[in-house]
Design a protein around this ligand. Structure first.
Ligand code: PFF
Length: 445
């Protein structure tokens, strides 16, 4: 099976695909929404701390397990736990796999909103005003149409395989998104009310940073944003040749992802304050009005205020967001697909359609019971399942793998002292830190 495995052609291909997985709606929708709901600067501060102390090491552990095993997450974790209990490892992998399906079932709904907003701008451009309004207004019908379209798009790419599908798509479009973000930030900062938003975003209220709700949201957001705890990064790690310098790659992915989230905040939070300044009700009791969907009203208004070029910008922006969502969807879908192909001998094509059908089922369920299930899925995934999986990865890497000797492997550390310290940090500090946060979640829930 190993000889027939597809793989990334280069380290840069891996970094870009992994960054493509990490950079998505979590950065541009999730991060600013969470930051706006949790005091702006305080959230940003805690987010950066959690990313550095926990999410980055967890990403390392996840990629490392996959890279060493060169297998799908279920088998990779099974291998890593072999000396202790292979079955336990495989169960860990299956839990991640369920997380990936859970993620896909709400993510594809939000991604569908992006597509419909892009089409709304296009229809406005060509004069189909009624259609444009319909596309920009949230409704169950709209979800019922655009979620399946998005799932189909993802399936179409993923069944082509790793480098023709994933690597090619992930490497091309991110620079354009970045440029667009910069342009929009410059524009928004010149609008009345924006500077107030900038202050809220950049100046932390330190009395807030110990608020457990805030810490939990920041942790969930950081794990979600880096795509960790569901096996997506593990499976990408497995598609790269075994590498001794994983640290550098993981650092680049984290820097790219965090940079984009920071920039998105720099755009969206001032945009919210601009809208508030113009008389809209944006906040109520320090919370965003309208369940996080508000951003999708504020952004089109921002584009409309730009005059005739606004529609072109809107089209480009929402199309790029759809693509960013697609590259994230692909990595999540790859987790169950790789498992079915490698462990169950299902063809890639069949596996892709099977997984897409399961995702379609769950997303339809979420649409049918949107008010009850949508927020609950996000919360359970990001604040329970992902942190728990990451805790498991730390324990596997630090304690179970070769009875904990894996990280002390001399060939791995090639004599560098800081790598010994890094190993000890993963072994001793990370599991404790994560447990402390996790116990807080349990108490709060
Ligand atoms: N990191 C993605 C985002 O921020 O939008 C979401 C994600 C992708 C989570 C892939 C998990 C995953 F496996």
């Amino acid at each position: 099976m190993t000889q027939t495995r597809d793989s990334f052609h280069s380290r840069i291909g891996f970094v870009l695909a992994a960054a493509g997985s990490a950079i998505g709606l979590g950065n541009i929708w999730g991060f600013p929404t969470n930051a706006a709901n949790n005091g702006g600067g305080a959230f940003l501060f805690v987010y950066l701390v959690v990313t550095l102390l926990l999410a980055l090491p967890a990403l390392y552990a996840e990629v490392y397990i996959g890279n060493q095993a060169q297998k799908n997450p279920v088998s990779a974790l099974g291998d890593a736990c072999k000396n202790f209990s292979e079955r336990l490892g495989r169960y860990g992998g299956v839990i991640g796999l369920c997380g990936a399906i859970m993620m896909l079932s709400f993510y594809t709904i939000v991604a569908g909103w992006m597509l419909s907003h892009a089409l709304s701008a296009i229809s406005q451009l060509i004069g189909l005003t009624d259609l444009s309004t319909w596309l920009a207004t949230s409704s169950t019908e709209r979800n019922l149409i655009f979620t399946p379209i998005f799932i189909l798009l993802g399936a179409a790419i993923i069944h082509q395989g790793v480098n023709k599908g994933i690597e090619k798509w992930s490497t091309r479009l991110m620079p354009i998104l970045l440029l667009m973000l910069f342009g929009l930030i410059i524009y928004i900062l010149q609008q009345p009310g924006a500077i107030e938003g900038l202050k809220v975003y950049l100046i932390p209220d330190f009395t807030q940073i110990t608020n457990p709700e805030l810490v939990i949201s920041a942790m969930g957001q950081a794990f979600f944003s880096l795509s960790i705890g569901v096996g997506g990064m593990m499976v990408y790690g497995s598609y790269m040749q075994k590498d001794k310098d994983l640290g550098k790659l993981v650092l680049s992915i984290t820097a790219l992802d965090t940079g984009i989230a920071f920039l998105a905040g720099l755009l969206i939070i001032p945009a919210l304050f601009v809208a508030q300044h113009a008389g809209q009700q944006v906040f109520q009791d320090n919370q965003l009005v309208g369940e996080g969907q508000l951003i999708f009203h504020i952004l089109p208004e921002l584009f409309a205020s730009m005059g005739s070029i606004g529609l072109v910008v809107a089209t480009g922006f929402f199309l790029l967001l759809s693509i960013a969502a697609l590259t994230s969807t692909i990595s999540s879908t790859e987790v169950p697909v790789a498992y079915l192909v490698e462990d169950k001998n299902v063809s890639r094509r069949k596996a892709t359609w099977l997984v897409s059908a399961v995702v379609l089922f769950f997303s339809m369920l979420l649409i049918a019971f949107f008010d009850v299930l949508f927020g609950a899925f996000i919360r359970v995934l990001t604040t329970i399942l992902q942190p728990l999986s990451c805790l498991f990865y730390f324990i596997v890497v630090g304690w179970l793998w070769h009875r904990g000797n894996k990280l002390r492997d001399k060939s791995l550390q090639h004599g560098r002292k800081y790598l010994v310290m890094w190993g000890n940090y993963l072994r001793f500090v990370c599991p404790v830190l994560l447990t402390v946060v996790f116990v807080n979640v349990a108490i709060l829930n």
